[in-house]
Design a protein around this ligand. Structure first.
Ligand SMILES: Nc1ccn([C@@H]2O[C@H](COP(=O)(O)O)[C@@H](O)[C@H]2O)c(=O)n1
Ligand SMILES: C[C@@]1(CO)OP(=O)(O)OP(=O)(O)OC[C@H]1O
Length: 160
């Protein structure tokens, strides 16, 4: 068994779609970045890469590479699963937290879990998504951006 953690932050701006967990969430702003800027999936990617000893998302998908411009982070996550598999591991479960003052993501959590579970080849019960505000404090609390944290557990592919 191996454990990994991921953390990511993206700035909120006007004129971008808000994509979280592969779901387009209706909101007046979206996250800024080179890809679709799905901060939740980026934290999950980093947790998986970390658990497998494979560095971080920016090493595998540089933000200077035009092939990743606007890419769905579900594709980046799928690639991380392949990399983890090549190291001889599969995912046991993940537990992620989104830090966002608004909007409420509760109505979209089930769809996010299903998207993520499909890519990770897990039951949706093994994909836990949580959300919290920061009670108006700090950059997240002021609505300047969103952050996400994730912990992932891997097991060796032939481990019981
Ligand atoms: N963007 C968010 C933030 C929070 N939630 C849900 O609301 C609950 C209460 O949040 P607090 O920050 O006041 O503790 C939280 O447990 C989440 O269930 C949300 O859906 N979206
Ligand atoms: C995902 C990548 C690649 O498109 O770009 P961003 O969407 O900017 O995301 P970030 O979390 O800053 O870093 C990883 C990047 O290399």
């Amino acid at each position: 068994m191996r454990i990994g953690k991921g953390y990511d932050v993206h700035r909120l701006v006007e004129g971008r779609d808000l994509i979280l967990g592969g779901v387009k969430v209706p909101y007046e702003k979206g996250l800024l970045g080179h890809s679709d800027s799905d901060v939740l999936l980026h934290a999950i990617c980093d947790a998986l890469l970390g658990a497998a000893g494979l560095g971080d998302i920016g090493e595998h998908f540089p933000d200077s590479d035009p092939q990743y411009k606007g890419i769905s982070s579900l594709l980046l996550l799928a690639h991380c699963v392949v990399l983890v598999g090549l190291k001889g591991y599969e995912v046991v479960n993940i537990d992620a937290t989104l830090l966002a003052e608004a909007p409420k993501i509760s109505p979209y959590k089930a769809a996010m879990r299903e998207n993520i579970a499909e890519v990770l080849c897990l039951d949706s019960g093994d994909v836990n998504i949580k959300a919290t505000t920061t009670e108006g404090l700090g950059p997240v609390g002021r609505g300047e951006g969103m952050a996400a944290l994730c912990v992932a557990l891997l097991k060796e592919t032939d481990e019981a």
